[in-house]
Write a protein that binds this ligand. Sequence first.
Ligand SMILES: [Mg+2]
Length: 190
Amino acid sequence: MKKVLFIDRDGTMILETDDFKIETMQKIVFYPEIFYWLGRIVREFDYELVMVTNQDGLGTDVFPDEPFFTTHRFIMDVFAGENIKFAAEHIDRTYPSDNKPTRKPGTGMLTEYFTSEYDLKNSFVIGDRITDVVLAKNIGCKCFWLNDGRGLGIGEIKETKESLKPQIALESRQWEDIYNYLVNLHSPLL
Ligand SMILES: [Mg+2]
């Protein structure tokens, strides 16, 4: 069975911006050390990489497809160039008020993974928001939470950090800690 790392984009692969909208090259700052540590994860372990991102209002006049997708392709091409290749990309375009099941933490974009082909219990979500932790809960896996402190109290989420504790494998701002967690997880017991 395939294990998956469901990876958020903004705040996880690239740094979040103050306007939460990354659609120009000038706004792209890759997450510190992600190429080294995610690169090692890819080389040393067997996880399928799947990107899952909410892009509120993408495709509307205030957030048109272009230049968003030009910059998005650039980001994904840079990762691919480091041999960090994503099996799939799932981008939700709705607003919180639309209440769509496809919007994280909903799993509406991820139905293809709820099959016997995938080992979701041993998969992980990696993201910077509490919505990513709730996504892990809804998938039935655990989360590496790159908590930037901006994800709480946004109104979309009823769960608290306390109630989500069982979902949180690790809370850290460092990709290195995710790598080390996986090393420990996959080390044979002494
Ligand atoms: Mg994010």
